[in-house]
Design a protein around this ligand. Structure first.
Ligand code: CS2
Length: 491
């Protein structure tokens, strides 16, 4: 009978599975991570684990789940140990991560989360709560004060539900006890991610009291960061084959590609965990790295997700292996380069081909459907922003119009093969009401979508050539299919 991975059974693992190279049990935590999921476990936690092997510092992580208890339950049963497996066509490397100290489940006991967040020994708070977790207004212009969860937190500031509510409450407790400030680092795919979070946090605090907002302004640093690693959802098969190969069960393992990157704005209030010892980069300004990654990697991912899903591709590696979809991604990258090259001196083509190789990694089973979620939260920074910048110099990007047309077709909920797929997006109902309405022409659909507050920037909404182009592609995709449409655009 196989045993669960824990402090004791770790010794039973074969030598091929690496163990932490430091005595993790003797280290304490100074980092809280909000939104503990596969991405954090494969990214920031592996950086932290590597970093701790090179220093004596106390940098373990207390994870917070804002929703379910599942992650805590599986990790707790394993003394918070789990395996991170890196997979590529060439190698597979597994290692046990000792960086996690504990996981708290916010809905079970919000006070315990406030307690750790307001403890002076916590000097850094990181977050991966996805784009929608920031509760921003469409267009990311500020906090959505009408958001149900934000309303809840404003009415119950001592027992919050959202990241914003928790940070503000923790700051209030720190202020009341004359405590120290800390650094907040967002690890989500949003431009200006931590500053945007800071703006939302300050708006919320201002509603509680102006003095608290002032305290946050002078005591909390919001340090932007760019994160990159492809981390698919774990499957039961991953767990079964791990058990089979290693004789120990790990229900909390994660898999990822070998590549990882973390660029952090060097703007810390108090201690700066030496993540550079593990290869992270501290820089003065993250914005160029952010825009580059959001456009090249995430923009291409979205292209493959929407156009790949509606042409029957289950996985990203299958979609990029299709020569027509690959051609679209390459053309998209050419236009992304056009949108960035005036402000950056950089080898864009090498960067792009590394990304395509990463997408081709078929050991990573990344579902197109997973990347396709939350388009209303992702596309503004991935596609609409570069498109707007290019329109400002009188250039209409056909590949970007094609991605938006692909999204509209995806939102109908049916693929070209007639297969239905669910649409998961905080705006799903609104978007699907428009995109499934058979009485509307493609142009009418595009106009209606553009009327949704903040979804499209004014420069796109007011550009008839862009509207016509997207509408034409939607009609073409419906009439002759994705592949012929792409062919006609690039022939
Ligand atoms: C993906 C990202 O799901 C998505 O939207 O584009 O999660 C992507 O895999 C990561 O940002 C890679 O760093």
């Amino acid at each position: 009978m196989n045993k669960l991975l824990n402090h004791t059974t770790m010794a039973l693992l074969p030598k091929t599975v690496a163990r932490p190279k430091y005595d993790f049990a003797s280290r304490t935590a100074s980092i809280v991570h909000i939104g503990i999921g596969a991405f954090h476990k494969a990214h920031q936690a592996t950086f932290t684990d590597d970093m701790m092997a090179h220093t004596d510092g106390n940098y373990r992580i207390i994870g917070v789940s804002l929703r379910s208890a599942g992650m805590r339950d599986s990790l707790k049963a394993q003394d918070y140990l789990y395996t991170a497996i890196e997979r590529s066509n060439k190698t597979e490397q597994a290692r046990v991560i000792g960086a996690l100290q504990e996981v708290l489940v916010a809905p079970e006991d919000p006070q315990s989360v406030v307690n750790v967040l307001s403890n002076d020994s916590i000097t850094v708070v990181t977050a991966t709560i996805t784009e929608k977790g920031y509760c921003l207004l469409p267009g990311n212009t500020g906090l959505d004060l009408a958001h149900t969860d934000i309303q809840h937190d404003l009415n119950n500031p001592n027992t919050p539900k959202t990241m914003v509510g928790f940070i503000v409450r923790a700051c209030q407790v720190r202020q009341q006890k004359n405590g120290k400030g800390f650094t907040f680092i967002s690890c989500d795919n949003l431009p200006d991610n931590s500053k945007m979070a800071g703006k939302a946090i300050l708006e919320f605090a201002q509603k509680i009291n102006a003095d608290l907002a002032r305290w946050i302004k002078s005591n909390v640093s919001f340090s932007n960061s760019m994160v990159d690693r492809i981390v698919p959802a774990v499957t039961p098969n991953d767990i079964e084959s791990y058990t089979l190969n290693n004789g120990v069960i790990d229900n909390a393992l994660v898999t990822s590609e070998p590549f990882r990157q973390w660029v952090i704005e060097d703007n810390f209030n108090g201690d700066r965990p030496p993540w550079d010892l593990a290869g992270a980069l501290f820089v003065k300004d993250v914005s160029q790295y952010e825009r580059l990654k959001l456009r090249y990697l995430n923009g291409s991912h979205s292209a493959l997700a929407y156009l790949g899903k509606i042409t029957g591709h289950q996985f990203i590696h299958q979609a990029i292996s299709n020569p027509i979809l690959r051609r679209l991604v390459e053309a998209l990258m050419v236009d992304m380069k056009r949108s960035l090259s005036s402000s950056m001196d950089f080898n864009f083509d090498d960067y792009g081909s590394v990304i395509i190789d990463r997408f081709l990694n078929d050991e990573i089973q990344y579902q197109t459907q997973q990347v396709a979620t939350d388009g209303s939260q992702k596309l503004p920074q991935r596609i609409m922003a570069p498109m707007r910048e290019l329109l400002a110099v009188d250039y209409l990007s056909k590949p970007m119009c094609l991605v938006l047309a692909g999204w509209v077709c995806y939102l109908s909920g049916i693929s070209e093969l007639g297969e239905a797929h669910p649409v998961s997006d905080p705006m799903a109902r609104q978007l699907q009401n428009i995109c499934t309405d058979k009485t509307l022409t493609s142009t009418q659909k595009i106009y209606r979508l553009m009327q949704i507050d903040g979804l499209f920037p004014a420069a796109i909404k007011n550009n008839t050539a862009a509207i016509d182009q997207i509408s034409e592609y939607v009609t073409k995709i419906i009439d002759i299919g994705v592949f012929l449409t792409i062919d006609t655009v690039f022939s």
